[in-house]
Ligand binder design. Structure first.
Ligand SMILES: NC(=O)c1ccc[n+]([C@@H]2O[C@H](COP(=O)([O-])OP(=O)(O)OC[C@H]3O[C@@H](n4cnc5c(N)ncnc54)[C@H](OP(=O)(O)O)[C@@H]3O)[C@@H](O)[C@H]2O)c1
Length: 261
């Protein structure tokens, strides 16, 4: 591939948590980074912040649930920086509850946000984003250890992330003869605003405190703590590099030993 300063990375959900850490890392490695999320003010503030740290960063609002939005978003990235070398499908949401009580709308929204979006954005980047004709590139999907094992009260989330892992393996094998690799990164518990919302949800479901939920989760992690967004970003950065050219169709955990698979 070209040297990092000539590479273009697209990161969805880059205004918070893991996506923000990925965008920051890639920008610090001289990638030109185009970011997106739904909230325009947060996109503008993040672009400003990362530029202030010396990054070549631009962005636009996008809802990854919409074909039209995704088409405009990828088009804007190409107009701004050129064709895409690295796609990080990170945008996602939590969601679950007692499965028999889950409304159809919630189920569909989790699948749309976490799984259908990964197909939608990847297809757009392969075509309008130019990756398919370059015959080189990286697609990195942020799945979850919940994409490898069932999570109680998280059926839609777990189903969506298992889908992301399956999509990654299929597309990775399909594109293996080209220079495009496709991998999933599977975080365990990572301290982000989403993780806080998840703890709130379980505290309500189990009629306990968020502190108790936190202690219960930490007790399950052999490392004894949550991972950081920067630790997840580190693996994304490696998978984006030339050294990772022979890693494809994999789902790699960053989870302090939580997942042994
Ligand atoms: N934190 C964890 O413990 C953990 C563990 C395993 C996997 N993950 C996965 O890691 C990814 C990032 O999670 P996080 O914890 O960093 O979450 P977060 O802090 O809630 O950040 C989510 C980001 O995605 C954006 N987003 C959400 N829905 C979107 C949509 N429909 N279209 C475009 N952007 C959207 C959000 O911005 P807007 O709301 O403005 O759109 C925000 O920038 C997710 O895929 C999540 O499932 C997280």
């Amino acid at each position: 591939m070209t040297s990092p300063e000539h590479r273009i990375a697209l990161v969805t959900g880059a205004t918070s948590g893991i996506g923000l850490a990925v965008a920051r890392l890639l920008a610090s490695q001289q990638y030109r980074v185009f970011i997106g999320a739904r909230t325009p003010e947060a996109v503008a503030a993040t672009v400003k912040d990362l530029r202030g740290q010396g990054g070549q960063v631009a962005g636009a609002p996008v809802d990854v649930r919409s074909d039209e939005d995704v088409s405009g978003f990828v088009g804007a990235a190409v107009d701004q920086f050129g064709t895409i070398d690295v796609l990080v499908n990170n945008a996602g949401r939590s969601g679950g509850g007692v499965t028999a009580d889950i409304p159809t709308e919630l189920w569909l929204d989790v699948i749309e946000t976490n799984l259908n979006s990964v197909f939608r954005v990847s297809r757009e980047v392969l075509n309008a984003g130019g990756m398919r004709s370059k015959q080189q590139g990286r697609i990195i999907n942020i799945a979850s250890t919940a994409g490898k094992q069932g999570v109680v009260l998280g059926a839609p989330y777990s189903a969506s992330k298992h889908g992301v892992v399956g999509f990654t393996k299929a597309l990775g094998n399909e594109l293996a003869p080209t220079g495009i690799t496709v991998n999933a990164v599977c975080p365990g518990y990572v301290e982000t605003p989403m993780a806080q919302r998840v703890r709130q949800g379980y505290a309500g479901a189990y009629d306990t405190t968020e502190a108790e939920v936190f202690a219960k989760f930490v007790a399950k992690i052999p490392l004894g703590r949550y991972s950081t967004p920067e630790e997840v970003a580190g693996l994304v950065g490696y998978l984006a590099s030339d050294q990772a050219a022979s890693i494809t169709s994999q789902a790699l955990n960053v989870c302090g030993g939580l997942g042994n698979f």
